[in-house]
Design a protein around this ligand. Structure first.
Ligand code: GGG
Length: 366
């Protein structure tokens, strides 16, 4: 039965089946998600089965019906083992409508309280940091994913007048901060045993000092993990100057969102960066997506880099209990990334989305 972690079906036993809701969304999401699905299908082979439900949620649906997803959208998703998302956002709608109409409600409803974002330079990719290679650029950001600066608490009054006031209140609960930190310490234990906490507690004297207090308390339970605390501005500078100083990084929703775009840049392209919105307690489906957005400027041209979506798909398989298949996908991705003929435009090449996808699938069968 066992095959290096691959949950293969025993003879006569039906292969394990996973029900995945796929939301390609908008822009290049419509191109990179089918690429990821093709790779996951190839990786599944006969070892396990993926049953896809393709949901046409996104901006087109908004224009047809007035909503990014159905009113019972979250309830529909509850039945699935995981959610695989492409990208959302379109110039025809303000970004806060698309984000608050789909992505953020799903993260919150399913208590996906951590967003895991690996930052790793793949073999063969030349990043902007010339002196830093794959050994130096290899860390994971854990983004607090359900509250903080994206809590959705606030409002605007006296709109459009000179007396207009806008409030956007960041919300940090001790309970949530503690569980995100515990997740990060546990993750650090599986890696190089170093955790960096990122705040701005010199200026944000209430929420971020509580974050620091919780960090100091929780770290006592992890004496084997070395820790560093940095202000977000210093962390941004250090990620460029000395990325090797990071192993696992834990930060608030907004700070980690920004730092992981920086992470995507030092990986050589945001098109390579994956993310996993996890409910680590597995009460609800988790959601897997590339970090990048819908890139309307290149949508429809067949040139989007599918690797971020493919890597996110590998993270989904890992989460679902198929680590061997996930590892095979990542080995294939690393072989393909090392081949300049498979570089898409964001990496300075001319390969199409289809070519990269086919190259990854070809590697899976070697
Ligand atoms: N890959 C999903 C996507 O469309 N992301 C764009 C975006 O702006 N996301 C905001 C966020 O991750 O909070």
């Amino acid at each position: 039965m066992s095959d290096g972690g691959l949950q293969e079906a025993a003879e006569g036993e039906a292969p394990r089946e996973y029900r995945i809701a796929s939301i390609a969304g908008d822009g290049i999401g419509l191109e990179v998600l089918p690429a990821g699905i093709a790779v996951l299908e190839a990786a599944a082979g006969t070892s396990f089965r993926v049953v896809w439900e393709h949901l046409d949620w996104g901006t087109d649906r908004y224009h047809r019906t007035g909503a990014m997803m159905p009113a019972d959208g979250v309830d529909q998703l509850r039945a699935y083992d995981a959610i695989y998302l492409g990208a959302i956002g379109d110039p025809s709608l303000p970004d806060h409508i698309t984000l608050w109409g789909l992505l953020l409600p799903i993260r919150k409803a399913f208590d996906q309280y951590v967003n895991v974002r690996p930052v790793r330079l793949l073999p063969g990719v030349t990043g902007p940091l010339r002196a830093k290679g794959p050994t130096e650029i290899d860390f994971v950001c854990v983004r607090e994913n359900t509250e903080g600066e994206y809590a959705g608490v606030g409002g605007r009054v006296h709109r459009g007048t000179q007396y207009e006031v806008a409030l956007e209140t960041a919300v940090f609960s001790r309970f949530n901060v503690e569980r995100v930190m515990r997740y990060s310490f546990e993750l650090a234990r599986t890696r190089r045993k170093h955790l960096t906490s990122v705040t701005k507690s010199n200026a944000q004297q209430f929420s971020m000092t509580m974050w620091d207090d919780v960090f100091d308390l929780v770290k006592q339970d992890y004496p084997d993990v070395a820790t560093t605390s940095l202000l977000v501005d210093a962390a941004a500078a250090l990620m460029v100057r000395a990325p090797e100083r990071f192993d696992v990084v834990v930060a608030s929703n907004l700070f980690a969102d920004i730092l992981t775009d920086l992470g995507g840049a030092i990986m050589g392209s945001l098109g390579l960066a994956p993310s996993a919105n996890l409910d680590p307690d597995r009460r609800f489906p988790s959601m897997f997506e590339p970090v990048h957005g819908s890139a309307p400027d290149i949508a429809g041209q067949g040139i989007a880099n599918p690797i971020g979506a493919i890597w996110a798909g590998a993270m989904m398989l890992e989460h679902l209990g198929q680590p061997a298949a996930a590892a095979r996908i990542m080995a294939a991705v690393e072989t393909v990334s090392a081949d300049p003929a498979s570089a898409t435009a964001d990496l300075g090449g001319s390969a199409s989305t289809t070519r990269v996808t086919e190259a990854v699938i070809a590697q899976l069968s070697t």
